[in-house]
Design a protein around this ligand. Structure first.
Ligand code: ACM
Ligand code: ZN
Length: 747
């Protein structure tokens, strides 16, 4: 091991435009010189512009900054002027000898005030604003956040808080996921058992649902919103200029409803509300009585939710029951449907026709494309972008919500301190890269993209505090992609976040993740192995580094932010390293030596882009994939065969090697069926090193092979099972193969 110093670079490049604290970043800002200074801490605002609820909101938010706002009829400091040419949600701010907010609609007036707040500098005795011109309008009309209240339930007050904080950042669509397998959360007067029975489960799985053995907490859990409460939330959201889109899931994710009315299923079997997460075979039968039931439910839903879109789910509906149900077979025959996908399409079409007849619009997850998209349906694309692309090409409206950028139930860092999450890896910087317009659309097709949305699934989010932790600051990064005409760089966004919004959220008691404050480990190849460096937000930060070798203590010293420590190729030992950051936060790693540390690895094909952290270096970076899987230690492949070719720096006498696999069947990750390892000294003629199957009950399985050969190249041919076995989650699909790490040892 040795030290190498890399040049430090400044984290923040200075922005080439006029930077203010306003987030999302406005389209245009120009400082006109000097400040507008007000004695005292009261700001008068033209009276009669805002409703009582809006004034309460604005008063509370300005108060957090130390500003009292008062309505005034006579020469208020803040006045509003109507501008016919502005777009609906657009606004302008001109600050000179007073403050003028230009608008075309109440949204513009509201957004103007929110931005104004972010321009204020307040002392104990005065307020000042920069003299400035701001012109601003959103890029997309659908700027959404979703909240799943079925897996865990949040009170009316908490839901209103969620909406209030959304509106502060100019989100305008709240997608309220009201029904799912684990709980039905909306009162439907015609079907009281939906909430009497369907709103409560007897137990809840604790820990990760793929844990073996699985553990449960045996306690009744649930809750629901009365229609009066729903009206209260919708009315509040309207004041905040937020549209509420309810989701009533069908035909899948319906076990809570089927627990209340089992006759709506294919089998009619009485089953409880499940306390386990996942996808269940029992779904609504496609028979007429189930369809009529759902239309009756929608009748009451339409009374409560005035916004045009109604979300009907449509995702993850196994056709296991439909394929054998006599009633479903009859529906297929009568309607000349060829398969269960067409039956799903028929089912959704019935809902589309119904909603259309009531003057509303249907939106559903991208599975509603399967078997043919219903004429008026809009699509919410979550399984990547392809569903959105296909729908837009067919001329249907689309909301982009791909897991890779928009799933806020994923981990936001790989630090041990992250609370248990479903999996996946979505740090702030990745969210920032989101572009709601997928590649490959013409301008006309792209015009069907209404916008984007982040989803907050709550299997592992047990409290509202944790909801906020998962949403902030990621929602601010997402909004940049939904709002900004010209999105500034990530580093200038981050600067504004750290300078203003982080403490602003704190002052509003909005919980937020501090993950970005924990320095990130960066690993790079070097000529002789790999170099590790830790990057904190503060360029002057120093970290206390200590290590041990093969269990023996070695050194302890300070390293600077960005300074790297190099680990050299060769050896068979391991380093126990421990880094202590400011605020006592610690990170521990084991770094394993081997002769292929940092070696070149060719991968055919590439891993799935979701699970490709650090590319092929991940396989030879000295860190072994572990059981706690956050998507950054392992490379994940979803192909029918994989080939990895390792090129060693020199031909050597090799005595052993290892390769590791992850075995998490609950997440559709399986051990390979066959592994064939070959070696070569020229990369052309190959000899067999080892061939065999991998079978184990362990979660992390390392093949450890001893065989002495002389080689420069190794080739790993890896073949997964053809399909996930019957009776298991994901049956019939190609399983995932997760690989890490390859170690090759010299004699
Ligand atoms: C989804 O995440 N199942 C839409
Ligand atoms: Zn059926």
């Amino acid at each position: 091991m040795k030290h190498v110093l890399f040049a430090l670079f400044s984290l923040f490049v200075s922005a080439g435009f006029c930077q203010t604290n306003i987030l999302p970043t406005p389209s245009f800002t120009e400082f006109t010189g000097g400040d507008f200074h007000l004695e005292g801490t009261t700001l008068t605002v033209e009276s009669g512009v805002f409703s009582e609820a809006q004034m309460n909101f604005l008063t509370a938010h300005f108060q957090t900054q130390g500003i009292t706002i008062e309505e005034s009829k006579k020469q208020p400091i803040v006045s509003f002027s109507y501008r016919k040419h502005l777009l609906l949600e657009a606004y302008g701010i001109e600050i000179d000898k007073s403050i003028e907010i230009a608008y075309n609609s109440p949204q513009g007036q509201f957004y103007g005030m929110i931005s104004l707040l972010q321009l204020a500098k307040v002392s104990e005795t005065s307020i000042s604003f920069p003299k400035i011109l701001v012109e601003d309008a959103p890029k997309f009309e659908w700027r959404g956040l979703h909240l799943d209240v079925s897996r865990h339930f949040y009170t009316v007050e908490e839901v209103k808080e969620f909406i209030e904080t959304m509106s502060m950042y100019k989100f305008n669509t709240f997608h309220w996921h009201l029904t799912d397998d684990q709980g039905w959360r909306i009162e439907i007067k015609q079907y009281p058992k939906l909430t009497e029975i369907g709103a409560y489960r007897d137990s809840t799985v604790v820990g990760h649902y793929t844990d073996t053995p699985r553990q449960y907490e045996h306690e009744k859990y649930g809750g629901f919103y009365t229609q009066e409460e729903i009206k209260e939330v919708v009315a509040f959201a309207k004041e905040m200029h937020v549209n509420v889109v309810p989701e009533i899931e069908m035909p899948g994710h319906s076990r809570a409803a089927l627990a209340a009315y089992p006759e709506l299923s294919c089998m009619g079997e009485l089953q409880g509300v499940p306390g386990l997460w996942g996808i269940f075979d029992d779904i609504y039968c496609s028979k007429e009585s189930s369809i009529v039931f759902l239309q009756n439910v929608l009748d009451e839903v339409l009374e409560l939710f005035p916004y045009e879109y109604i979300h009907i789910g449509g995702d993850e509906a196994p056709k296991t029951r439909w394929n054998v149900c006599p009633n479903c077979q009859k529906v297929m025959e009568e309607n000349e449907l060829h398969d269960s996908h067409e039956l799903q399409s028929y089912f959704i079409k019935r809902m589309d026709e119904y909603l259309t007849s009531k003057g509303r619009k249907l939106i559903g997850w991208d599975e509603i494309l399967e078997g043919g998209l219903s004429p008026n349906a809009a699509v919410m694309s979550w399984r990547g972008e392809s569903g959105g692309v296909e729908a837009a090409k067919q001329g249907h409206y689309v909301v982009m919500s791909p897991t890779s950028y928009c799933y806020f139930d994923y981990y936001q860092s790989s630090h041990e301190s992250e609370p248990l999450a479903i999996g996946g890896f979505l740090p702030l910087e990745k969210v920032y890269e989101f572009n709601p317009i997928p590649e490959g659309l013409t301008e006309k097709e792209a015009s069907f993209i209404l916008g984007g949305q982040a989803n907050v699934w709550t299997e592992y989010i047990t409290t509202y505090d944790q909801v906020e932790y998962m949403v902030y600051p990621r929602a601010l990064a997402l909004m940049q992609s939904l709002w900004c005409q010209n999105k500034p760089t990530y580093s200038s966004f981050l600067k504004v976040y750290l300078d203003f919004h982080e403490s602003y959220l704190e002052s509003r008691s909005v919980n937020r993740a501090r993950s970005i404050h924990i320095p990130e480990l960066k690993i790079e190849r070097t000529d002789y192995g790999v170099a590790y460096s830790w990057w904190g937000l503060d360029s002057n930060e120093r970290f206390l580094y200590s290590d041990g070798y093969n269990g023996q203590a070695k050194g302890m010293f300070f390293i600077q932010n960005g300074e790297s420590v190099e680990y050299l190729r060769g050896g068979k030992g391991y380093y126990d390293i421990n880094i202590q950051f400011k605020d006592d936060h610690q990170i521990a790693h084991k770094v394993y030596e081997s002769y292929c540390l940092g070696a070149e690895v060719e991968m055919r094909p590439q891993p799935h882009k979701k699970y490709n952290h650090n590319g092929s270096l991940n396989l030879v970076d000295g860190i072994l994939g572990s059981k706690r899987w956050k998507g950054d230690q392992w490379l994940g492949f979803d192909q029918e065969k994989m080939e990895l070719r390792v090129k060693l720096p020199e031909t050597k006498n090799i005595d052993s090697l290892t390769i590791g696999f992850l075995n998490k069947n609950g997440s559709w990750i399986y051990l390979p069926e066959r592994v064939n390892i070959l070696y070569s000294s020229d990369g052309e003629s190959w000899n067999s090193y080892w061939e065999g199957g991998v079978d184990s009950e362990e979660i992390v399985v390392r093949l450890e092979l001893n065989h002495e050969v002389k080689a420069k190249y190794f080739r790993f041919e890896i073949k997964p099972l053809d399909a996930i076995p019957e009776g298991r989650g994901g049956a019939g699909y190609t399983p995932w193969t997760f690989i890490d790490e390859i170690q090759i040892f010299t004699e």
